[in-house]
Structure formats: C-alpha cells, structure tokens
Design a protein around this ligand. Structure first.
Ligand SMILES: *Cc1c(COP(=O)(O)O)cnc(C)c1O
Length: 410
C-alpha cells in the first residue's frame, strides 16, 4: 500500500495566491469588461534588459557549435558567474566571500525550501510572522510540525511576531531556536534590518550554535547606504549564516530562473555528541545528487548583470519599481492609510481601515476600486488587518490604482 506524506494535509487548504486568483476570476466573470489592476503577486513586469538578452543569445549560439557546445556544467555553477558574484556582490562591499562558497541554482524558493534537508529532524525552526510562506510550508512538509492551530500557528514552529511595535523586525525568540529564517528587505512588510539588529542575531546564533538562513532576495532595492545588503557584513556571520540571493527581483529572472546560495567554509553544524561538522560539503552532496545545474545560456545571461552596462540597466529597472513604491506610499498616506515599507523594498504594507480584516479589505478593493493586492493574513497570523501592494507594475496602472483608492477612501 502506497502511503501518502500526510504532512501535506496539514497545510492550509486555500494557499494564498490560488485563493486570490479564484476571487478575481469570480469577480471578473460577474463583471465582464471591468478593468482590474493587479498589484498582488510579487512577480516582475519589466522585460529583461538588453545586455542580459545579448548574453543570453550568445550563450544559445555557443550551444549550436561543436567547438563551444556545453554539456553538464561545473557542479556549483560556472566560475565566470560565481567570480562575478563574489567580486561585485561581496568583495566590493568589503565582504570576504569567495567564488568557492557560492552555489548557483534555479531559484531561492527551491533553495530556502531544500536547505532544511541537510539539517537534523530535531531542530527547532524559528520563522518571522508575517513572512514569505515558503519557510513555514516546507517545514510542515518535512514533518517537523504538528497541526495548524486555531490561531493559525503550526505546533512546533517558533513564530516571531513582526509588528508596528518592533518596526516589523523580529525580536530574539524566548524559546531557544536552532535554525532561524530571516528575510530582509522583507516580503511582505518591506522592513529592513540595520547592522545593529543583524549583529544581535549573529551574536545569538554564535552563542547558541544556531544557523541563520538569510533570505536577501530584495537586497538590490536597498538605496540607504547604512543598511546592510548581506548578513556577512556582520563580523563572524560566516560561522553562523547561509545567505540566499536571487536574480528574480534583481534583474527580472522570475521566468528565466537563476539564483545562488552562499555556504561559507566556516559554517558548522553539530552532531548529537556536539561535534562540529562543516555544512558546505553536505550542501554540495545534496545539490550534486538532486540537482544538475542551471543552463549555460541562463548563467551567461546572469553574468551580464555584472557588466558595467548590465549594472546600469538593471539599476534603472529597479529605480522604476522603487519610484512606483514611493508613489504608492505617498498616495496611500494621502488617502489616510498608515503605511510601512515602500523604501529600500518593492513592497508597500498598509494597515486596513476601521479594523477591517485583510480579506474583507481585499474584497472591497477589488469590487469598489478594481485593484488587486495581497491580504496580509496570508503571510502569517500577525499580518491580519494589513495589506500588501507590490510595486512590480506599470506606472500607468500604479497611478490609476492609487487614484481609484484615493477616491474610494477620500
Ligand atoms: C521572490 C522571492 C524569492 C525568489 O525566489 P526565486 O525562486 O529565486 O524566484 C525568494 N525569497 C523571497 C522572500 C521572495 O519574495
């Protein structure tokens, strides 16, 4: 008899984005011809920049000739890409990460989901609330949790509430954690962490021998020089942190697929006897067994992001989205909302009005303003009463959506 992984049944039935899709479909079928502006799902809208496209084409052409054809690539990814990353994302910021610590992959979603595989079953996982749902869901799938309670929390996960009181930066957990997921700039709140705040986490991890999974998918949106782009900007973080980065939001690679994960040589985890073991060889073993690399043309395309032209072009696209975010922040504030995020991040996070629930607010906005956003409660129980707007949209649509919202709430 084939037994199913019953942990999957613990996952909440209506996953956020399908439920949004269902409600939007239902509404547009009942109201044909009504314009709907989508600012819900965190997917980019601008095309790949021209230097990336050029390199992508070159990569494809190389595959067409016997002399330059490539089969399986190097296990961790091509050196040209890993070296460009080490030089531009780390060494240029005074951070000593070598190309050897970098693993190219087809996405940070996969990597943040897969990473727990190389750690023991008894680890206690700490997760921000609200946050990107992948961390909690993959913890549930792996069988490390009990059921989901009435309060929306899974038994066995340590939730770290992020709210107005702590500026949406979680406090150290009261209960001892072993593996900690942090995401800055944050999806969905747009919050960023200062060096001092990250230092607190690194100190906690060093003291308690835990590991931080640092998801920096939105680091390219940081414009304030005082905010760290990498957890490795904190001293000794290499001993306690794995960093996830993605070209998805940095350079529009959501449909092209390329990301990387940094596992430094210094990073240790412990066996039951307390003996330290390097983590990197385990991740190498996991990836070489279950993953066979990102296609050569895609890695070529990703490397083009680090050329002078590529840097300039991607910066312009990011500036475009950030301008959207600042327009949204301004207009929503003018409409009387309490607004968070929207700087150093492509998300604007607002408090609904009159204590409306996230989903009620979603329905009101859809039906009365023709605007789709994301209910905050979909990212964790502490997101209830909040709402996320994504700046990944066309300027015209942003202006129209904000106009509609202003009229509705004026
Ligand atoms: C979009 C996003 C990612 C990127 O995932 P990919 O699989 O690389 O596209 C990772 N983390 C967070 C928090 C995100 O919002």
């Amino acid at each position: 008899m084939a037994l199913i992984n019953e942990n999957y049944f613990k996952l909440k039935a209506g996953y956020l984005f399908p439920e949004i899709g269902r409600r939007v479909r239902e509404y547009s079928e009942a109201n044909p011809g009504k314009k709907i502006i989508r600012m819900g799902i965190g997917d980019v809208t601008q095309p790949l920049v021209s230097s990336v496209i050029k390199a992508f084409h070159q990569g494809v052409d190389e595959m067409a000739k016997a002399e330059t054809f490539k089969g399986y690539g190097p296990e961790q990814g091509y050196a040209f890409l890993r070296e460009a990353i080490a030089d531009n994302d780390y060494k240029s910021r005074g951070v000593d990460i070598s190309a050897d610590d970098i693993f190219i992959s087809d996405g940070s979603k996969c990597d943040t989901g897969n990473i727990q595989e190389i750690f023991g079953f008894k680890n206690k996982i700490a997760i921000g609330d609200p946050v990107y749902p992948v961390y909690a869901d993959t913890t549930v799938m792996s069988g490390k949790t009990g059921k989901c309670g009435e309060n929306g929390y899974f038994e066995g996960i340590i939730y770290m509430p992020c709210n107005e009181q702590n500026n949406f930066v979680p406090e150290l957990p009261k209960e001892r954690a072993d593996l900690i997921f942090l995401c800055f700039p944050n999806n969905p709140t747009g919050a960023t962490a200062t060096k001092a705040e990250l230092q607190k986490w690194v100190d906690y991890a060093l003291k308690n021998k835990c590991i931080i999974f640092y998801d920096a998918a939105y680091e390219a949106y940081i414009t304030d020089d005082s905010i760290p782009h990498s957890i490795y900007e904190i001293k000794d973080a290499k001993e306690v942190a794995i960093e996830f980065r993605s070209f998805s939001k940095t350079a529009g690679f959501t449909g092209t697929r390329c990301a990387f994960t940094v596992v430094p040589n210094e990073l240790m985890a412990y066996d039951e006897k307390g003996v330290a073991h390097a983590v990197k060889p385990l991740w190498m073993r996991r990836q070489t067994t279950k993953f066979n690399g990102v296609s050569y043309p895609v890695q070529k395309a990703a490397a083009a992001i680090y050329t002078p032209e590529g840097k300039k072009e991607t910066k312009e696209v990011i500036a475009y989205y950030l301008k959207n975010a600042s327009i949204m922040k301004e207009k929503l504030s003018a409409a009387g909302f309490t607004v968070f995020g929207g700087v150093n991040a492509p998300y604007v996070w607002i408090k609904t009005k009159n204590n409306m629930s996230s989903w009620d607010f979603f329905d009101k906005l859809l039906k009365e303003a023709g605007v789709v956003g994301t209910p905050g409660s979909g990212f964790g129980p502490s997101g209830e009463g909040y709402f996320r707007f994504s700046a990944f949209a066309d300027r015209e649509n942003v202006l129209e959506a904000m106009d509609n919202i202003q009229k509705l709430f004026a």
